[in-house]
Design a protein around this ligand. Structure first.
Ligand SMILES: C[S@@+](CC[C@H](N)C(=O)[O-])C[C@H]1O[C@@H](n2cnc3c(N)ncnc32)[C@H](O)[C@@H]1O
Length: 240
């Protein structure tokens, strides 16, 4: 019998993002100095025909910052956006417009939503999967593998755990200095430090690579990194 993830703390993460939704865009840009550069790197490694009628799944769309860039890069794609927080999704809807053939907004947890096998050309996520506990991540990677068409791509920007601990601590020290220089206030630092303590579950990049490989992915690779922020990905082989 598979593990039971029904008691996950997903709901409380959603509550947190409901509470901060109105201030999220401003706060995240200050708290993550390379936010836009990271999203650019994430999109730059999505090697897919930009004019094609692709099907794209975005996990943890938040207020839709990546979704807007995806729509601009892939104007003929059908986007499915998933997020736990109704208030973050509402703000994404404001940026992207009403649901249509080309846009589906789904409120739900990563471990609850399900899709037909081989539905998507691209599954993508930014700054969201680290909210899952480590036991859940390989299970989600197996699901993503199934949701992707053969040859489909998984692309992820996320915070990873520096190893050994001294690397993680130095990353955090440098983050605080950089965020302050970037306009983050004491309140911003406090907000995201408390958030990290309560809701974040960073895993080492090597663990992500191991889970992706075990799930059947190939071409597992990191494309960009700055302190803990890392863009990595993999692809589902064309042949089984
Ligand atoms: C830090 S925000 C990132 C938003 C956006 N992708 C960005 O880059 O700005 C994380 C988002 O993931 C969502 N999220 C976190 N855990 C989730 C889960 N288990 N299932 C669905 N959404 C989740 C949160 O509600 C939040 O909107």
């Amino acid at each position: 019998m598979g593990a039971d993830f029904s008691q996950t703390p997903e709901a409380s993460v959603g509550d947190f993002f409901d509470r901060v939704s109105e201030d999220y865009d401003q706060s995240i840009r200050k708290a993550i100095p390379p936010y836009r550069e990271m999203l650019d790197a994430l999109l730059g490694y999505c090697f897919l025909g930009v004019e094609k009628p692709l099907r794209i799944l975005e996990l943890g769309c938040g207020t839709g910052n990546l979704s807007v860039l995806l729509r601009a890069l892939f104007p003929n794609a059908r986007l499915t956006l998933v997020d736990l927080s109704p208030d973050m999704l509402k703000l994404a809807a404001v940026k992207l417009g009403a649901e249509s053939e080309q846009l589906q907004l789904l409120q739900g947890g990563f471990m609850e939503v399900s899709f037909q096998p081989e539905s998507f050309d691209l599954v993508i996520s930014s700054m969201a999967l680290h909210h899952l506990r480590d036991a859940e991540k390989p299970v989600l990677y197996e699901r993503i593998f199934q949701w992707l068409k053969p040859g489909g791509l998984f692309r992820c920007a996320d915070e990873v755990l520096g190893v050994p601990e001294s690397v993680h601590l130095e990353n955090m020290r440098r983050w605080e200095i950089w965020a302050r220089q970037n306009g983050a206030t004491e309140a911003d630092i406090q907000l995201w430090s408390d958030h990290a303590e309560q809701y974040d579950h960073y895993a080492p990049l090597q663990a992500h690579f191991q889970w992706l490989t075990t799930s059947g992915f190939q071409d597992v690779e990191a494309y960009w990194r700055n302190l803990m922020w890392t863009v990595f990905g993999a692809s589902r082989p064309i042949e089984p």
